[in-house]
Design a protein around this ligand. Structure first.
Ligand SMILES: Nc1nc2c(c(=O)[nH]1)N[C@H]1C(S)=C(S)[C@@H](COP(=O)(O)OP(=O)(O)OC[C@H]3O[C@@H](n4cnc5c(=O)[nH]c(N)nc54)[C@H](O)[C@@H]3O)O[C@H]1N2
Ligand SMILES: Nc1nc2c(c(=O)[nH]1)N[C@H]1C(S)=C(S)[C@@H](COP(=O)(O)OP(=O)(O)OC[C@H]3O[C@@H](n4cnc5c(=O)[nH]c(N)nc54)[C@H](O)[C@@H]3O)O[C@H]1N2
Ligand code: SF4
Ligand SMILES: [Mo]
Length: 668
């Protein structure tokens, strides 16, 4: 191949924005990767992380060959082996495990390293292989399941507003979300709204960089958002601003929910949320009289014991105000419920029904597992109860395979490591979860070394094991065509040929889009208000454990990393500086801590080390330290997940990543 080529692709990372990008290839080598200026949502900009994607894909620590463990588990000592040796060893071990313990002793642990519909995310390709073997199913609940269930209960779907329509809103609530870090392309639409006079309020226990740019910041006590929603609605009722027509035509359960709202006057809610009563009253009054009001509530909000309920109750707000009538009104969480691809996990290939194992419960559910197969995930860095996970991964009777691009802490526990491709090296089909466009990612270059894509790895393994089911060998393009063939009207006219030619295509939704103006996808067609006494569930940080561990720890998205992806990138690590924990001046004074001092952040589950940053960005009683650090590249070889307990939230077994109790002590 000679000369210059420009190929359209898409960012694979777990980020709502799903950016479209263009790769320039010269003589078979990718030399430039830039945002695609033609994409209506992402408009040519990538982000501080992915601007380095190409450099990262060519980094010296990239895993390029299959490897076999030579040292103790956790040591990260390996020898290079051939693909044939790797496939043979894996085949023998898998067969033996299935014979002795049954297929369910295999746990295919798929994470969010890529959101591609072929290489990751829904895992359709691997799933066929696992079904033929009879392996356990895997529930990827680590990120958004609580909020999705909450929204489902109210609206019948987790899907909501088209984020582009934030430009039409006149009041914007950024509720438990930090878009300037975790998906910054929304901001242009917020700026358009601001230019037209919109008022923007950030509701967040941390004064984030997003809160800095808002007109107002409400530093809510973590886990009390449902109570705030009830308090705001209390003011709406006092102002007699409820939309009676919308309530009558499009909702159910209003009489009882109204009673619940009346049980939450502003003064009561001020006591629960720690917010001044006059601030709640002022925002309630704005909400009562500003149409349309757009609420952006994302995953941060629901990483709590009562996170599902919080989302369920916040989703009730536009049911009362009638905001769903307008394209710039309603709630936006994730747009993935608007994506109607044909995701067929091929249960027909299973000889008998199998159990489902839960991503957030790796530490406690691994007991009955003999083979853990990790792909696009880094559980030692990202899943709850890291110390218990390490103990489990050290088990000699556990056969662990990790498909990876980089030598993560999880790789260190693998028996066999398989080298995985990165986005410029494989085909994939994408849909952002913060907009309504599909994108095609065309492989731009040959994989380096002996890296293989997820789909190709499973095709080769199936062949090596002598499997004959034809669909195990479908090509990437065939898989993509199957995905696009759901027949859903939102995909009519969207073919693989067209996607490959145009790079991205908007699904068939009107622009502007008011998804529930005519009704909701519930059985009755109506929005369902939460039943009384189920409208607010307190968080773990309100529990009795608070007497021993008095500080509520929030672990939000880092600006320089994406989960643990990029956690090994030298330049991004340099910019992220050493790990810090934000501490309010009162809490620092009470413990005699000074800025820059290294502390142990600890509870019964474990500890991690961080440098104190005394700051009024957090209220007294709240501390914050971002997720995403590689433990082995952190002081004390631990990150915040050492103190995150494996504990099920109220819905979807949602994890409590922002719902931890800790104490800070000086490092001796
Ligand atoms: N740069 C970067 N971008 C990312 C990611 C990343 O790691 N880095 N992660 C990606 C992923 S996987 C996801 S799921 C999304 C998540 O995107 P976000 O939802 O924005 O993620 P978080 O940072 O977890 O939480 C957002 C905010 O919620 C606040 N918060 C915590 N608890 C509460 C609460 O009880 N009430 C309220 N009102 N606010 C609360 C936090 O302080 C935080 O500022 O971002 C994606 N984008
Ligand atoms: N404390 C705390 N912990 C959290 C959170 C939090 O808010 N606080 N947030 C949680 C959230 S929202 C999420 S989504 C999870 C994410 O947790 P995980 O799903 O485990 O994601 P990552 O930690 O980014 O690890 C993904 C790995 O996949 C690899 N990878 C990328 N692409 C591919 C590919 O194509 N093939 C293969 N084989 N590998 C690939 C990357 O190199 C990376 O090591 O973390 C959760 N952990
Ligand atoms: S991480 Fe998000 S903002 Fe950055 S390039 Fe990927 S999709 Fe775009
Ligand atoms: Mo996530």
């Amino acid at each position: 191949m000679s000369g210059e080529l420009r190929l359209t692709g898409a960012c694979p990372l777990d980020c709502p924005d799903g950016c479209s990008w263009i790769v320039t290839v010269q003589d078979g080598k990718a030399v430039k990767l830039r945002g695609n200026p033609d994409h209506p949502y992402t408009r040519g900009a990538l982000c501080v992380k992915v601007n380095r994607y190409l450099e990262h894909s060519q980094a010296p620590d990239r895993i390029l060959h299959p490897m076999r463990r030579t040292g103790p588990k956790g040591s990260g000592q390996f020898e290079r082996i051939t693909w044939d040796q790797a496939l043979e060893e894996i085949s023998v071990r898998l067969r033996a495990i299935v014979d002795e313990h049954g297929g369910e002793a295999i746990w295919p642990y798929l994470g969010t390293g890529t959101l591609g519909y072929l290489q990751g995310c829904e895992g359709i390709a691997g799933r066929r292989f696992w079904n033929v073997l009879g392996a356990s199913k895997h529930w990827l609940n680590i990120c958004s399941s609580a909020g999705s269930s909450g929204l489902n209960r109210t609206n019948g779907t987790p899907a909501g507003m088209d984020p582009e329509n934030f430009a039409q809103a006149r009041l914007i609530l950024l509720w438990g979300t930090n878009p300037l870090t975790s998906g910054h392309h929304l901001w242009k639409f917020i700026q358009d709204a601001k230019a037209a006079g919109a008022y923007v309020v950030a509701i967040d226990p941390i004064r984030t960089r997003t809160a800095d740019q808002a007109d107002e910041h409400l530093p809510i006590r973590p886990g009390t958002d449902a109570a705030l929603a009830l308090g705001l609605l209390n003011v709406v009722l006092a102002e007699n601003a409820q939309d009676e027509e919308f309530l009558a035509e499009h909702t159910e359960g209003w009489e009882q929910f109204r009673e619940e709202i009346l049980r939450h006057p502003v003064e009561t809610v001020a006591g629960i949320t720690g917010l001044p009563a006059e601030d709640i009253h002022r925002l309630g009054t704005r909400l009562a009289h500003t149409r349309p009001t757009a609420i952006r509530a994302t995953q941060g909000l629901q990483r709590h014991q009562g996170g599902g309920t919080a989302m369920r109750t916040i989703a009730a707000i536009p049911g009362v105000t009638g905001d769903w009538r307008h394209p710039g009104g309603g709630v936006s969480y994730s747009t993935s419920g608007h994506v109607h691809l044909n995701i067929d996990r091929r249960d027909d290939l299973l000889a008998k029904p199998v159990r489902t194992l839960v991503m957030t419960k790796l530490a406690s559910q691994l007991d009955s597992v003999k083979c853990l197969w990790v792909y696009a995930a880094n559980p030692v860095g990202s899943s709850p109860d890291a110390n218990a996970i390490r103990r489990q991964l050290s088990r000699e009777d556990l056969f662990t395979v990790v498909m990876e691009q980089f030598p993560t802490d999880t790789v260190d526990y693998a028996d066999i490591v398989l080298p995985a491709t990165m986005q410029t090296e494989h085909h994939d089909l994408h849909a952002g979860y913060g907009h309504l466009y599909l994108a095609w990612n065309e492989a731009a270059v040959e994989p380096p070394g002996e890296c293989l894509s997820t789909t190709e790895t499973f095709r080769r393994l199936a062949a090596h094991m002598g499997m004959t089911e034809p669909s195990l060998f479908d090509s990437d393009l065939e898989l993509a065509e199957q995905l696009l063939s759901s027949g859903h009207p939102s995909l009519e006219g969207i073919t693989l040929d067209r996607l490959r030619k145009e790079g991205w295509v908007r699904m068939n939704y009107p622009k502007p889009f008011a998804p529930f103006a005519e009704g909701f996808p519930t059985r009755s067609g109506r929005l369902r208000f939460p039943p009384p006494d189920k409208a607010y569930v307190p968080s773990h940080t309100a529990s009795a454990e608070r007497s021993r561990y008095p500080l509520a720890l929030v672990t939000p998205a880092p600006h320089m990393f994406l989960n643990t992806t990029f956690g090994n990138n030298a330049e991004l690590r340099r910019r992220a500086k050493d790990p810090v924990v934000l501490v309010n001046p009162a809490d620092a004074a009470a413990r005699g801590l000074v800025s820059g001092q290294r502390v142990r952040v600890h509870n019964a589950g474990g500890e991690f080390l961080a440098d104190v940053e005394i700051s009024d960005r957090v209220s007294a009683g709240v501390v914050a330290s971002p997720k995403g650090r590689w433990p082995k590249l952190s002081p004390g070889s631990a990150n915040p997940n050492a103190v995150v307990a494996e504990r099920d939230g109220d819905m979807g077994m949602g994890p409590g990543f922002h719902d931890n109790l800790v104490e800070l002590s000086p490092c001796s």
